[in-house]
Design a protein around this ligand. Structure first.
Ligand code: ASP
Length: 347
């Protein structure tokens, strides 16, 4: 008996462990990111630039997936992936954000926790090094969901976040981008994306027109979903224009009941379509799959209004999709099997 009892207990203990492990192991983490959609054509790209974008995407995946792999939360993973792209001048978020008409960098960001439906966002901030971390602070350290401009900056400072001089965000490429768009604009003033989101409005005839917003969505081993988006908005924007990225339900949304989504594209259309929440609602109330819902919105409803762009999304089972109706979208994923993929152009 003396011998049997401990043995029996060990067996029990082992089987409990095995059960725990198998419960955990049923949710394999997934991370999907984007670095913006737009007229991204191989013929306009140098091999060096292509490599740099791929490296930037891989670095962001690496940062986020390391967290998921060691059992960290989807929330931490999406924040880390987005921070990595905010710090990379190639992307239109944080360092490398596009310029407003007045030559400033005004940034928007949002984050959402699919488990609790808690959300936080900042809009029109000019001195916060990592707007996505400020969005998270709004979500976790305040009673609010959205803060803008000077108020958001004062709050971020109080929370001890890194504050920088606005010149930190300057990049020569984005400055040239503003000058180019302004030139096109003075010839055709109606081509201001931000101020006239009218149906049928033509985009500026800018061969390099792209929306470099960054975003990440993740599923962690606990089965929780999260989404994060960060952007400098659109080049030459005026009047403190705010896009879809910081609007919960438009450019960013996450619910454990359905999926986590981050969008990129012509923001006015994403706001009008309440893009991210609509995809989620199609799944929740229309019983449609993630793939079907996202495709319908991006390939049908969005172009029907005259808008363009794309999104990334992952559902609670770890299925993910990355549809876009532009020439390309910087994007990457680590799937359930741990397979890493980065892509730029259409397949
Ligand atoms: N959606 C962003 C905005 O309209 C732009 C982007 O995706 O780059 O502000």
């Amino acid at each position: 008996m003396k011998l049997i009892l401990p043995f029996f207990m060990v067996m029990l203990f082992n089987s409990a462990l095995a059960q725990n492990d198998s419960v955990r192991a049923t949710v394999k983490p997934v991370l999907v990111i984007h670095g913006g959609a737009g007229t991204i054509l191989k013929k306009n790209m140098t091999p060096e630039k292509e490599r740099a974008y791929q490296d930037g995407l891989l670095a962001a995946l690496d940062k986020g997936y390391a967290i998921l792999k060691r059992g960290g939360s989807a929330l931490d993973a999406v924040e880390a992936a987005v921070r990595s792209m905010e710090d990379n001048p190639l992307f239109n978020a944080g360092k490398g954000a596009v310029f407003t008409h007045e030559g400033k960098n005004e940034m928007d960001a949002a984050i959402m926790n699919g488990r609790t439906l808690a959300a936080g966002s900042v809009a029109g901030v000019t001195t916060i090094r990592n707007p996505i971390t400020a969005a998270r602070a709004v979500m976790e350290k305040s009673q609010h969901v959205m803060m803008t401009g000077k108020g958001a900056e004062a709050f971020a400072r109080l929370q001890g976040l890194e504050i920088v001089d606005p010149s930190y965000f300057y990049t020569e490429e984005r400055w040239k981008g503003l000058e180019r768009v302004k030139k096109e604009d003075s010839a055709k003033t109606e081509l201001d994306h931000g101020s006239k989101p009218t149906s049928g409005l033509k985009q500026p005839e800018n061969k390099d027109s792209k929306y470099g917003t960054v975003g990440a969505v993740a599923l962690d081993i606990q089965g929780n979903l999260a989404a994060a988006t960060s952007t400098g908005g659109m080049t030459n924007k005026r009047y403190n224009r705010v896009g879809d990225a910081p609007i919960i339900g438009a450019g960013t949304y996450a619910s454990n009941a359905t999926c986590a989504i981050s969008c990129t594209g012509w923001g006015e259309f994403f706001i009008r379509l309440v893009m991210a929440k609509t995809v989620s609602d199609m799944m929740e109330f229309g019983n449609r799959s993630l793939e079907e819902s996202a495709l319908e919105m991006i390939q049908k409803r969005l172009p029907a209004l005259g808008g363009d762009g794309g999104l990334i999304a992952v559902d609670k089972a770890g299925n993910f999709t990355m549809p876009f109706n532009t020439e390309g979208m910087y994007r990457g994923s680590v799937d359930r099997e741990g397979k890493v993929t980065v892509k730029i152009y259409k397949d």
